[in-house]
Design a protein around this ligand. Sequence first.
Ligand code: SER
Length: 320
Amino acid sequence: MNSKILITGFNGELGSKTLDFLAKKNSKIIGIDLSKKTILDDNIDLIQGSISDKELIQSIFDNNIISEVYHFAALLSQTASNNPELATQINEEASKNLINCAMDHGIKNNLKVKFFFPSSIAVYGPRKIHNASEVDIIKPTTIYGINKLAVEQYGTKKHLESDAKNYGIDFRSIRFPGVISNDTVPNGGTTDYAPQMIHAAVNNEQYVCKLSEQTILPFISINKTVSSINQLMNIDTINSALRVFNIQEASFSINDLYKFIQSKFSEFKIEYEIDFKFQSVADTWPSSLNCDEAKNKWDFSSSENVETFILKILNKMMDK
Ligand code: SER
């Protein structure tokens, strides 16, 4: 049987781009998402279903040889805060179940299933720190951060157990900053203001921002996100007990972003209506991430400043 790649959350921002990327490499893919999508490609089998449906997940592993898992299905931070029980069920419990299934599958089939988990800057807190390294203070204050951290730790533990057994899972994770896409506008996250502002400017719309202009957070473009995931997953072995890596391209304040967008779209206007639910979360997340571990262990590279970073995204949007 040919081995396949399992992608959960194939309709989400990261999931859909990763699906496209892997499909172009002619990988055999099984996807699962709550909503449907049809792709006419014999290599791709997309299933409509929930990641918390244990029987469905088990049947995917029982009926296929799965060599890699990309687990994107999740609720974003603000949606998670509004539904903490559902967040724990999807973001933590279903993730742990998926890790367990992948681990058992690896042991049963004498392989190490590569497992990618997208973590987040939300694992940090309770105070905002600068240049956060992987081992800096991680006391998340949100349910989203708590669930992400629990899965990071669970996956790392299962990875170490697999090392001892030689089979099981090969857990790899990235702590993502805010992701900015040139063609989709996210919803339900705390970092959504940056892509929303850029898209508003391009579409000649005014923007109402829920965070203060001094708020500083780190960001990465969707293209760099997908290429970094691919880079991390393509390495045969990562010689590191640390399994979760920080990456970013640029970090900037909302005012810096506004000023730069305005230099290109002079009509663009922003209004501030601070929402405590958003501000109180952003104030616990780092203003920037230290990427040294990713640079050393798997050659992650990035050398952007705010201007070149935003300009590249704007140029992509204008190209369409
Ligand atoms: N970008 C995500 C959010 O804002 C954090 O990982 O929810």
